[in-house]
Design a protein around this ligand. Sequence first.
Ligand SMILES: [Zn+2]
Length: 216
Amino acid sequence: MDAVKIIISAGLLLLFPLLALTPLPAVAQLCTYSTYQWNVHEQRAVNIRRVSLPYTDLSAGEKDPATGCSVCEQDQVEISLPGVAPFSVCKLIAQDVQQTFTRLQQSSVPIYSIVGYRVGMTRGDPDAHGNRTRFSNHSFGIALDVNAEFNGLYDNCLEFGPQCRLLRGGRWNPTQPAALRADGPVVRAMRTIGLQWGGAILGRQKDFMHFSISGY
Ligand SMILES: [Zn+2]
């Protein structure tokens, strides 16, 4: 070993304990998500964008006050069920959701599709451009749409009847096995984990595919 090598080795040996003791710089935990705003004039999504910010900089509107679930992808857990495209929900309800749908499938309840986490401002008063200003419950991963192809979203629908106007999803026919009903297995199972059905909400809309803590 020549002199230079000895000096370098000695230097590294001296440096090593210092490196080991030096605390790593604090890495801000990052929150990322994709979002949009619903424009009520154009009836389409606008301002589609990707957002990335330190978790500590989240605004009040980016979190659900009741659960603490956020719009961040980092707060979501993906759930896989046989025959259903994977979907994500907030980590706080993920285990309940997974177990409940597994039990329903084991009881041969037909489950074709589930949508959970999906960030977008589809609520709140429109701004000057007609863009909605509040995040939906789906944005926090605390709402689910089940079998949308058989359980549409209607307006003009204080009571379900021929006057109801289908906005999204398939027509609701309660005699169809994949249709959700107030006394059916899916609605009852969701209620046991604290999720209310959008088919029984008051007001002009009926969202037959939808579940959330309030039903809205
Ligand atoms: Zn929904």
